[in-house]
Design a protein around this ligand. Structure first.
Ligand code: NAD
Length: 345
């Protein structure tokens, strides 16, 4: 069990999952102070942190986790009790275009954090007690056929530069655990959905394009399968893993919701048909589904991901609270509300 008090360093907390996590974690742990370091790339925004930014238990540092002297300075100036490391370049399509930033942030950035944490915690005689929690993805395991699931024992087999960079980071994290006795833990989750996700990702893209009355692009035949996890369920899993996960262990986090991309797109269109009928009429269509268009497939597009998370359920007692149908509706409503505000509707 880790100390639940003091300053926790969150990296990448201005992004989708990090910002949801900070809000959740500060609510759950009133004695914790959060220090959030984020480079504010195209994917990060301090707008995602409005709910916490005025709290005296929250502090923001605008900076790059791969910047050695900055990260050292952070550890020298704050007594960091633990690190929960979200910061990463996270968009597969961008990594296929150019992978350099993925290696710089995801691999070198992780190494820089590990090194600074190790130096500081060794000096304090706390290398084996203070926790380093690496946030990872099921994409490190590669692609599945029509059956089977990824377990924690599945061999890493990344198929695109993003997942390769995340697998590389995980291996570095493990190596610091084995070599220096650092108290590391890794969690690998499936695809998240929920509020505050960057507009380029699948679910926000479907909603954004539909509301604009534009074609909704779906890669290939739309039959690629992902296991959808509501972001708040992920946050609860991370809280349990950070506090109770065993050192050197990996915990998979899944949603138990395997869906093809085309099924997700159609479900979102059904929800929008009900809540935004006037846009449909303006676009001269009977259903937003008419806007769905298949595009050339993503290079190296993994066919199916599914996560076996029995270890997390059995050992730490976690299970998702949200049902996909309800949580997807809630998510669509959130994006529609943002769109209404932006377009003065
Ligand atoms: N979104 C998912 O479905 C999903 C699933 C499994 C795992 N993950 C992992 O969870 C983590 C967060 O994902 P997300 O979807 O919130 O990503 P995101 O792209 O929304 O946010 C990433 C954040 O990291 C920041 N960042 C990037 N490089 C940085 C650097 N060098 N220094 C400091 N900050 C930097 C960005 O500014 C941004 O705020 C990532 O590590 C990702 O690999 C995501």
């Amino acid at each position: 069990m880790n100390n639940q008090e003091g300053t926790i360093l969150i990296t990448g907390g201005a992004g989708f999952i990090g910002s949801n996590f900070i809000q959740y974690f500060m609510g759950e742990h009133p004695n914790v102070t959060i220090l959030n370091i984020d480079k504010l790339t195209y994917a990060g925004s301090t707008d995602n942190l409005k709910e916490v930014e005025r709290s005296d238990r929250y502090q923001f540092i605008h900076g790059d986790i791969a910047h050695v002297s900055l990260v050292k300075h952070v550890f020298q100036n704050y007594d960091i009790r633990g690190v929960i490391h979200f910061a990463a370049e996270s968009h597969v399509d961008r990594s296929i275009e150019d992978s350099r930033a993925f290696i710089e942030s995801n691999v070198l950035g992780t190494m820089t954090l590990l090194q600074a944490a190790r130096d500081d915690w060794e000096k304090k005689g706390e290398i084996s007690s203070r926790r380093f929690h690496q946030i990872s993805t099921d994409e490190i395991y590669g692609s599945l056929g029509s059956d089977g699931k990824f377990s924690e024992e599945t061999t890493y087999d990344p198929r695109n530069p993003y997942s390769a960079s995340k697998a590389g980071a995980n291996l570095l994290v493990k190596s610091f655990g084995y070599t220096y006795g650092m108290n590391i833990v890794i969690s690998s989750s499936s695809n998240n959905y929920g509020p505050k996700q960057h507009k380029e990702k699948l679910i926000p893209t479907i909603i954004r394009k539909a509301l604009a009355g534009e074609h909704i692009p779906i890669y290939g035949d739309g039959k690629n399968i992902r296991d959808w996890l509501y972001v708040e369920d992920h946050c609860r899993a991370l809280d349990a893993i950070y506090h109770q996960g065993k050192p050197l262990e990996t915990y998979n986090v899944g949603g138990g919701n395997e869906k093809t991309n085309i099924a997700i797109a159609k479900q979102i269109c059904d929800i929008l048909d009900q809540i935004k009928p006037e846009i449909k009429l303006q676009a001269g269509i009977h259903s937003f589904k008419e806007l769905i268009t298949f595009t050339e497939d993503r290079k190296g597009h993994d066919r199916r991901y599914a996560v076996d998370d029995r270890k997390l359920r059995n050992e730490l007692g976690w299970k998702p609270k949200e049902d996909l149908d309800d949580a997807l509706r809630k998510t669509v409503e959130w994006y529609v509300k943002q769109w209404n505000l932006q377009t003065n509707r």
